[in-house]
Design a protein around this ligand. Structure first.
Ligand SMILES: Cc1cc2nc3c(=O)[nH]c(=O)nc-3n(C[C@H](O)[C@H](O)[C@H](O)COP(=O)(O)O)c2cc1C
Ligand code: SF4
Length: 439
């Protein structure tokens, strides 16, 4: 980090709470479009707006707003579908702010909820108002974020931003799968926060069997911004940058910048350093080199194999990608909901082979089995966790094939320095007990 990069008001500095987490905003990002930056006094109290489904969907469509929780689903399509199911069934819709952030390497949702809780609430209020939802939920496991949302909810509702009259702020169980849409619906209906098989999807039969819209915090915050500035600005993008040298940052960037430009801004110049990048967090892929030249807009569009997912950029300077993938597989194994055989048997099997690979114990036949699992197990779990494991394994084999092959002939020095089967992931973002506003 060269020390000249930005915090949300202009500079990147150590977090005021002392945690190793920096919050930065791209220089010159338009304050009217920004979630974390800009003049808070000017943008914090827009005039209250109420709107209808078509206007909301139209604005989201024009801005190409896609979900920021990982799947990148177009928001306008989701909103219209929930509305249509509510109308045809004659039942009230439910709106849910998904504030669970189960991805260990992500912190952008918690940063947004703690620093700007009113933004996503305004988005939720607009959705609930447009759908005529009698109930809405903010589903959040982090205590600090929940407290900030609860406090902000009163002011936001009083200011008349959409309809928050039926809002419940709910204490969600923390975990990798508890933020998955069907797990959210199940938990809010009184069950365990574990995924279910689809169909039905939430838009047809969600909370208590009602048509339900579940949206990520960042998605709803962008929606509020879009409505309030009349769709004049393109939504920005929140990223969590996680380096294996302990560097952690949540940054907001315009959607027109490339991944390479973001990394150079953060002092990690691909031309000067040799490193691997895993994009999309534990659900992600080791990227192809040309992905560095893609813009955030391209990476969010899902037209390329490498996608933004939930916006985690994992930079591996010192960690061999083989060890990194082994660590991710162990985490997914510890966190899976133990419901589907192919998942709770398949993930540890893949983790075992990648461990063997890291320590020079694997043979060619093991690689053949690993490649077979990576493609053959896809789509065989109730939620996407098994697909996440398959995706990360396949990207290792396809994109770092030469490096993988070298591990067959001799143990890797970098892998040997890492613990086998780590009890906790080293890629998690430390989270402070409290965050104070910077002035
Ligand atoms: C295993 C798994 C875990 C997920 N965890 C989260 C999560 O913690 N937070 C979140 O917002 N979305 C999570 N998602 C995505 C949700 O299922 C859902 O797509 C999202 O909340 C919808 O909001 P969006 O359209 O605004 O992205 C997860 C998906 C999967 C498959
Ligand atoms: S796919 Fe895995 S994590 Fe998802 S519900 Fe099945 S066992 Fe649980």
């Amino acid at each position: 980090m060269d020390g000249t990069t930005l915090d949300r008001w202009g500079r990147v500095e150590p977090h005021p709470a002392g945690a190793e987490l920096r919050v930065g905003v791209w220089p010159g990002i338009d304050p009217a479009a920004s979630l974390l930056g800009g003049d808070r006094r000017r943008v914090a109290r827009p005039a209250p707006v109420t709107t209808d489904v078509e206007r909301l969907a139209g604005l989201a469509e024009a801005a190409q707003l896609r979900g920021r929780g990982g799947a990148g689903f177009p928001f306008a399509v989701k909103l219209r579908t929930v509305d249509q199911h509510a109308r045809t069934s004659g039942r009230s819709a439910v709106a849910v702010l998904n504030g669970e952030e189960g991805e260990p390497a992500s912190a952008k949702d918690r940063v947004l909820m703690t620093l700007r809780p009113e933004l996503a609430l305004r988005g939720l209020g607009l959705v609930a108002g447009a759908l005529g939802a009698e109930r809405s939920f903010a589903y959040v496991s982090d205590r600090l974020a929940r407290e900030r949302l609860t406090t902000a909810a009163l002011a936001t509702a009083a200011a008349g931003h959409g309809d928050l009259a039926g809002l419940h702020v709910v204490d969600a169980p923390a975990g990798y799968v508890s933020g998955e849409e069907s797990a959210v619906v199940r938990a809010l209906s009184g069950g365990p926060a574990k995924p279910t098989h689809k169909p039905p999807r939430a838009f047809e039969a969600g909370v208590d069997g009602l048509p339900t819209l579940v949206s990520n915090v960042e998605t709803l915050a962008h929606l509020a911004r879009l409505v309030e500035d009349g769709g004049r600005h393109t939504p920005s993008v929140l990223l969590t940058l996680v380096g294996d040298r302990g560097d952690r940052a949540v940054v907001e960037v315009p959607d027109s910048v490339t991944l390479r430009e973001v990394l150079i801004w953060q002092g990690i110049d691909p031309a000067r350093h040799r490193y691997d990048v895993l994009l999309g967090g534990f659900f992600g892929r080791l990227i192809k080199p040309r992905t560095l030249w893609r813009t955030m807009r391209d990476l969010a569009s899902r037209q390329y194999a490498d996608t933004l997912g939930c916006g985690v950029v994992l930079v591996l300077h010192d960690t061999c990608p083989v060890t990194a993938v082994a660590e991710i597989l162990h985490h997914l194994d510890l966190q899976n909901a133990q419901q589907c055989g192919p998942c709770f048997k398949g993930i540890p099997s893949m983790a075992g082979v990648v461990d063997d690979l890291a320590h020079g114990r694997a043979g060619r036949e093991d690689l053949v089995r690993l490649a077979g699992w990576g493609t053959g197990l896809r789509g065989r779990g109730a939620c996407g966790t098994l697909d996440a494991a398959c995706g990360v394994v396949t990207s290792l084999l396809e994109r770092r094939g030469e490096l993988v092959a070298r591990h067959l002939t001799r143990p890797c020095r970098r892998c040997a320095e890492h613990p086998e089967r780590p009890p906790a992931t080293s890629f998690a973002v430390p989270w402070p007990a409290d965050i104070k506003e910077q002035t």
